[in-house]
Ligand binder design. Structure first.
Ligand code: AMP
Length: 178
C-alpha cells in the first residue's frame, strides 16, 4: 500500500476534469492506497478526496492557514495538517508521499509538478512522478518539452524520469512501483 500525492486544479474547471479526479480517488481507494492532497474541498482537489473516502480510502490534506477559507479546508480528511507557509505545505506533501500523480491543473499544479519532477531527475528523491495526461491536456507542453530536448535544453534523462499515461489504472500502477 502506498501514499499517493495528487496535484490538480483548485479552480472552476469543466466537469470532465472533476469526474477524472473522482475516478482517480476511487481507484486510489480500491487499491488500498492513501491519498495525500492539498487539503482543499473544492474543484478537482475536493473530488479526488471525497471519492477516495467514499471508496473507504484514507485521506491526508495539507493546507496553509492562509488558504483554509479560500480553498475550503477539507475538514473531513482523516488527517488535516494546517501549515504556516506554502513551502511547508509542499514539503509535508512530499515527505508523506511514496509517489506523485499530476492531473490537469493551472499554474499551482504546474509548479508542484515541476518541483517534484526536477527533484527526481536531480537525484533528490527516487519516488515515481506520474503525469496523468487525460484528454491530451498536457500535449502542447509535452510537445514543447520534446522540442527543448531536440535543441539540447532538456536532457533525455529528465524527460524519461516523467511517467506519462492517459489511464487512471496505469497511473496508479506507475506511481506505486519503482
Ligand atoms: P492551481 O493549479 O493553480 O489551481 O493550483 C492547484 C493547487 O496548488 C492549489 O491548492 C494551490 O494553492 C496550490 N499551489 C499553488 N502554488 C503553490 C506553491 N507555490 N506551493 C504549494 N502549493 C501551491
Amino acid at each position: 500500500m502506498s501514499a499517493i500525492c495528487v496535484y490538480c486544479a483548485s479552480g472552476p474547471v469543466p466537469q470532465r476534469h472533476i469526474d477524472l479526479a473522482a475516478e482517480l480517488g476511487s481507484a486510489i481507494a480500491a487499491g488500498g492506497h492513501t491519498l495525500v492532497s492539498g487539503g482543499g474541498n473544492i474543484s478537482m482537489m475536493g473530488a479526488v478526496a471525497r471519492a477516495t473516502r467514499e471508496g473507504g480510502g484514507r485521506t491526508i490534506g495539507v493546507i496553509p492557514r492562509a488558504l483554509v477559507d479560500r480553498e475550503v479546508a477539507d475538514v473531513d480528511a482523516d488527517e488535516l495538517v494546517v501549515t504556516e507557509t506554502m513551502r511547508q505545505r509542499k514539503q509535508i506533501m512530499d515527505d508523506r508521499a511514496d509517489g506523485f500523480i499530476t492531473l490537469p491543473g493551472g499554474v499551482g499544479t504546474l509548479e508542484e509538478l515541476f518541483e517534484t519532477w526536477t527533484g527526481g531527475y536531480l537525484g533528490m528523491h527516487d519516488k515515481p512522478v506520474v503525469l496523468l495526461d487525460a484528454f491530451d491536456f498536457y500535449r502542447p507542453l509535452l510537445d514543447w518539452l520534446e522540442n527543448l530536448r531536440e535543441e539540447g535544453f532538456v536532457s533525455a534523462t529528465a524527460l524519461e524520469r516523467l511517467r506519462v499515461t492517459d489511464s487512471v489504472t496505469r497511473a496508479i500502477a506507475l506511481s506505486t512501483s519503482r
